[in-house]
Design a protein around this ligand. Structure first.
Ligand code: ZN
Length: 517
C-alpha cells in the first residue's frame, strides 16, 4: 500500500514537473511570438525620441516623458505612477542659432549646452578671441580684460576631422603615425596653455564671463565623423555653445590668422525655478509572493544634445516592451514585477539611489533586478556582480532562453560588484541581486553616448527586440523560481595596487536638490 502511494506521489510529482516544463515552454514561445509579431518598439521609440525628445532632469520634457510612460503603461492595463524623489533646477532649452557674419555669412552648426544662460531673442554679435599661450597666471590676469565684449574660443582645434579608423584604412602607416604624434604634442601643449592660466577647463569659463566675455564657444569632439559630446554649461551670464569640429576649426583659423571673424549667437533658454523630479514606477502585482520583487530597470533621463535614443531610450523601451509582453502573456506572475524608469541617472544615479533609500521593504525582498543601459546592441555580457550563487539562479534562468537570444552572451561568475555606471549599482550596493544586461557597442562611446547624434536612426530595432525577449524571459523565470535568490557575497579579490581586499560598495544618498551650482 505504502509503495503504491509512494509510486502515485512520484508519478504526480513527475506529471507536475512535466506540465510546468510544458507551460514554461509555452509561455516562452508566446513571449517570443508576441515580441516578434506585435512589436511596439518602433512606435514607442517614435513617441519618446521624436515627439517628446531629450529628457534632461528638471526640464518640462522629462516630466512629459514621465506622464507619457504612466499613460502608456495604463493603456496596457499596467498600474503606474510617478514617484517624486527630489527637486532640480528647472530649465528649458530654446532656439540656438549661430552664424558667421564676418568676413562672410554662413550659418554654423552648433548648440548651447544644457543649462546655458540665455542671450535673449536678439542674441549677441561679437568678434572672437583665442586664449593665448602665456607664461603664467599673472600674465593671464593681465590679458583677461581683452575678452570684454568678445566671444572666447576655449577648445583646442582638432588637427583632423577624420576618425582614427578612417586614417587606419587610407593613410600610409608613416603618415598615420606622424599625425598621431603631432596631435599628442598639440594636446599636451594645449593642456599646458590652459594650466598656465591658473584655471582648468571647467573653472576658466567663470573667469572669462566675469571679465566680460559675452559668449563662450567650445568644440568637444567625440572622435567620430560629426559627433560632439554635449554636456552642461557652468556659467551664470555667458551662454556656452558647442560648435561642430568643422565650424570650430574654421573659426579658430580665421581668428588665429587675424581675419577678424564675427559671429552672431542666439541661445534662448528659460529658467523655471525649482521643479519636482520623479521616477516612473509600474507594477504587475504578484499572485503568490506579492511581497517579493523582480525589477525591470532603465534610466529614463538623458543628456539633451540629441534625443537620448541609445542612452537610454533603448533601455527604456526594452523594459516597457518586456512589461507589455509579460502583462499579456503572463498576467499573474508569482512575484511582483516592477518596472523602474529612473530619473537623473546622468547626474549620479539619483533616481535609483532615492528609490533604494525610500523603499527598504522592497529592496530587502528583491528576487532580481535587470538593468540595461549601454546602447542599442544585443546583450553580450552578464556579470554575477559578486553574488556567490548568481551562477546558479542566473544560469537556470538563462537556460530557458532560446539559443538565438543568448548565444552571444558571455557570463562572468561571481564577478565583482559595480560601483557606478548605471542604476543596477544602486541596488548592488544595498546587497540586492541586480544585474546589467550589457550590450554590444555599435560604436556607442564615440558616436552616440552623450552626443549630438544620439537619435532614433541609431536604434537597431532587431537587437532591441532580442533584448526585450531576453528580459521578458529572465523576468518570467525569476518570478516563477521556486527558490528565493541568495544574496551571499563572494570573497572579493585583493586590489593589486593597494594590496588591500576590495570592499563591497556602500549605498550612497542621492542628490535630491540638484542643479543649483
Ligand atoms: Zn545611460
Amino acid at each position: 500500500m505504502k509503495k503504491i502511494l509512494l509510486l502515485i506521489t512520484v508519478c504526480c510529482l513527475m506529471a507536475n514537473a512535466v506540465s510546468l516544463a510544458q507551460t514554461s515552454t509555452e509561455i516562452i514561445d508566446a513571449i517570443v511570438k508576441e515580441a516578434n509579431q506585435n512589436s511596439q518598439l518602433e512606435p514607442l521609440a517614435h513617441e519618446l525620441m521624436d515627439v517628446i525628445g531629450p529628457r534632461l532632469v528638471g526640464t518640462p520634457q522629462m516630466k512629459k516623458a514621465n506622464d507619457w510612460a504612466v499613460t502608456t503603461f495604463n493603456k496596457w492595463g499596467i498600474e503606474a505612477e510617478n514617484q517624486e524623489w527630489g527637486k532640480w533646477r528647472g530649465w528649458q532649452r530654446g532656439i540656438t542659432h549661430v552664424d558667421l557674419v564676418e568676413p562672410r555669412v554662413v550659418s554654423l552648426s552648433g548648440m548651447q549646452l544644457a543649462w546655458s544662460p540665455s542671450t535673449g531673442k536678439k542674441g549677441v554679435t561679437a568678434e572672437t578671441i583665442i586664449i593665448p599661450a602665456i607664461s603664467d597666471s599673472l600674465a593671464f590676469q593681465k590679458w583677461l580684460p581683452a575678452v570684454k565684449g568678445k566671444i572666447v574660443l576655449v577648445s583646442m582645434p582638432q588637427p583632423t576631422g577624420r576618425p582614427d579608423d578612417n586614417w587606419e584604412e587610407f593613410a600610409t602607416k608613416e603618415s598615420f603615425e606622424k599625425m598621431k604624434a603631432e596631435r599628442d604634442a598639440q594636446t599636451e601643449a594645449w593642456r599646458e596653455r590652459i594650466n598656465a592660466t591658473g584655471y582648468n577647463t571647467r573653472t576658466i569659463n567663470e573667469a572669462l564671463e566675469n571679465a566680460g566675455a559675452v559668449a563662450i564657444v567650445q568644440s568637444r569632439w567625440s572622435s567620430g565623423f560629426g559627433a560632439n559630446k554635449i554636456f552642461s554649461a557652468n556659467t551664470k551670464k555667458a551662454p556656452v555653445i558647442d560648435l561642430s569640429l568643422e565650424d570650430y576649426g574654421m573659426l579658430y583659423r580665421l581668428t588665429e590668422n587675424g581675419d577678424q571673424p564675427k559671429i552672431k549667437v542666439v541661445a534662448e533658454s528659460k529658467e523655471l525655478g525649482t521643479v519636482p523630479t520623479f521616477n516612473t514606477i509600474a507594477e504587475i502585482k504578484g499572485s503568490e509572493k506579492p511581497e517579493e520583487y523582480v525589477i525591470l530597470s532603465a534610466h529614463f533621463d538623458s543628456w539633451d544634445g540629441a534625443t537620448g535614443a541609445t542612452d537610454n531610450g533603448t533601455g527604456t523601451i526594452t523594459m516597457m516592451e518586456a512589461a507589455r509582453i509579460l502583462k499579456k502573456i503572463y498576467p499573474n506572475p508569482k512575484r511582483t514585477i516592477l518596472i523602474g524608469l529612473w530619473g537623473s541617472e546622468e547626474q549620479g544615479l539619483n533616481g535609483s539611489r532615492a528609490f533604494v533609500e525610500d523603499h527598504p521593504e522592497i529592496v530587502e525582498n528583491i528576487q532580481a533586478v535587470f538593468n540595461q543601459d549601454n546602447g542599442t546592441g544585443r546583450v553580450v555580457n552578464i556579470s554575477g556582480q559578486g553574488f556567490l550563487h548568481a551562477y546558479d539562479f542566473l544560469g537556470r534562468w538563462l537556460h530557458a532562453v532560446p539559443k538565438e537570444y543568448k548565444n552571444e552572451i558571455e557570463t562572468t561568475f561571481p564577478g565583482t560588484p559595480s560601483r557606478g555606471g548605471s542604476d543596477y549599482a544602486s541596488f548592488v550596493a544595498a546587497g540586492a541581486p541586480a544585474f546589467s544586461l550589457s550590450s554590444l557597442s555599435w560604436s556607442y562611446w564615440n558616436y552616440t553616448w552623450h552626443t549630438n547624434l544620439d537619435t532614433y536612426d541609431k536604434i537597431v530595432f532587431d537587437d532591441v527586440r532580442s533584448n526585450a525577449i531576453l528580459t521578458a524571459i529572465l523576468a518570467y523565470m525569476a518570478s516563477e523560481d521556486d527558490t528565493t535568490t541568495s544574496r551571499e557575497k563572494a570573497v572579493l579579490p585583493i586590489n593589486s595596487r593597494t594590496n588591500e581586499q576590495y570592499e563591497w560598495p556602500e549605498p550612497r544618498s542621492p542628490n535630491r536638490d540638484g542643479g543649483k551650482d
